[in-house]
Design a binder for this molecule. Structure first.
Ligand code: UGA
Length: 439
């Protein structure tokens, strides 16, 4: 089977590489010539564990290729996945211009049956727009060619995307014809060895599933952040409460970790897009609006604790930040809570010494150049008045507290992810602030 993936961003590249890994002939297309040239040289635009290896090996075996020429690539393909960006417009709704441009190009050049699958996260109703885009391009050419549209949202987590793709919990596919269903079940068959289901459904339901999944997960996080903040006020410890509620299988113990707010390219954007869609239909999704507002506020929580501890006197104080990316195992800085914290610290006249295992290059484009990036975690804490754990990378989990204390100027730790055992840290002589726990 030959397929084309349009867009070599996060979703497109992972999809292309993983499909080629099981023997499908894949062409990844992008308008960005530099990106394509780099991919041919084995230089990837993103950091994602395991991706590099499968891209290089499948490229060298000729199963995965890269091109800027969509018209050419799509000609003998049976399936085209659209995985281009859907940036939020000014009002927060997803901007479909790139998706629809691709639909138009496909309609302008196919000469045989093809299934055009939306893979980017797109609002309900997008596949319909893609369908009319292709149909009107065909009409302009005055030709009649059979095609199908489908919706196949992805549920990849950054940092675990290759694993998620190769061993999915489920594959959701919205289709309108038996022909499309048959081709797509063949394509995904290699991933079903562990009896994970392919759920075929109608297209609007598939499109909605993606948003409902991310919105539900974001809701769990904001809910727990609210509970954590209340725990602090009433004298409770959210770590205990989390275990207490998580052991009820109806609630489950995953995705209920409070922290400094969710970030990344998905939750913030998808939550907003979903309540915008509901507004468009005249329905007010109050829960999701609150989820979004709680999250915005949570990104300021550590700064508030810092201000309180130092009684508002932050001028000239040095803050060591461990972790910058929105979560571990990625260099993605989009909507990262670290950005909000850094801005508040600098505004208050403090100095920031930051270390992240992979995201420092990315971060350097996004923060003020006063921020000093260090070569390692230990370098960051030298002379610092406080240490702030921002992103829970594995390498920050078990520091040598005696050493850290001996090179720091102050003795206070702000743990934005509750990864440290407060009694160990206080025994080592530090003041400890977590999220939803007593200081
Ligand atoms: C998320 C979803 O988990 C994926 O299923 C989905 O495919 C993806 O969005 C997408 O739409 O493309 P991702 O954004 O990579 O994946 O990251 P997550 O691991 O879900 O984490 C999101 C944010 O929530 C992070 O900032 C993380 O720190 C935060 N989080 C997560 C918490 O604060 N608490 C938790 O218990 C879990």
């Amino acid at each position: 089977m030959k397929i084309v993936i349009v867009g070599t961003g996060y979703v497109g590249l992972v999809t292309g590489a993983c499909l080629s890994e099981v023997g499908v002939d894949v062409v990844c297309v992008d308008v960005n010539q530099e990106k394509i040239d780099n991919l041919k040289k084995g230089i990837l635009p993103i950091f994602e564990p395991g991706l590099d290896t499968i891209v290089k090996s499948n490229y060298s075996k000729g199963r995965l290729s890269f091109s800027t020429n969509l018209s050419e690539a799509v000609k003998d393909a049976q399936v085209a996945f659209i995985a281009v960006g859907t940036p939020p417009g000014e009002d927060g709704s997803a901007d479909l211009k790139y998706v629809l441009q691709v639909a138009n190009t496909i309609g302008s050049c196919i000469d045989d049956y093809i299934i055009v699958v939306t893979k980017s996260t797109v609002p309900v109703g997008t596949a319909k727009k893609v369908k009319s885009g292709i149909a009107s391009a065909l009409e302009k050419r005055g030709v009649q060619i059979d095609f199908d549209v489908a919706s196949n949202p992805e549920f990849l987590k950054e940092g675990a995307a290759v694993e998620d793709f190769l061993k999915p919990d489920r594959i959701v596919i919205g289709v309108e014809s038996d022909r499309a269903k048959e081709v797509l079940s063949r394509l995904y068959h290699p991933f079903l060895l562990n009896s994970h289901p392919v759920l075929f459904m109608d297209i609007p339901s598939a499109e909605m599933t993606k948003y409902a999944a991310n919105a539900m997960l974001a809701t769990k996080i904001s809910f727990m952040n609210d509970i954590a903040n209340l725990c602090e006020l009433v004298g409770a410890n959210v770590n205990e409460v989390r275990k207490g509620i998580g052991s009820d299988p109806r609630i489950g113990n995953r995705f209920i970790y409070p922290g400094i707010g969710y970030g990344g390219s998905c939750f913030p954007k998808d939550v907003k897009a979903l309540f915008h869609t509901s507004d468009d239909y005249g329905y007010n999704m109050r829960i999701l609006k609150a989820v979004d507002a709680v999250n915005d506020d949570q990104k300021h929580i550590i700064f508030r604790k810092i201000e309180q501890h130092f009684q508002g006197n932050l001028k000239g104080k040095v803050f060591a930040l461990w972790g910058l990316s929105f979560k571990p195992n990625t260099d993605d800085m989009r909507e990262a809570p670290s950005l909000v914290l850094i801005q508040s610290l600098l505004q208050a006249g403090a100095k920031v010494h930051a270390y992240d295992p992979v995201a420092m290059d990315e971060a350097a484009h996004m923060v003020d150049d006063q921020v000093i990036f260090t070569r390692g975690a230990i370098d960051a804490v030298k002379g610092a008045d406080a240490l702030v754990l921002v992103t829970e990378w594995a390498e920050f989990r078990l520091p040598d507290w005696t050493k850290v204390k001996s090179i720091m100027n102050g003795q206070v730790i702000f743990d934005g992810r509750n990864i440290y055992d407060s009694s160990q840290v206080t025994e080592a002589g530090f003041s400890y602030y977590g999220i939803g726990v007593q200081p």
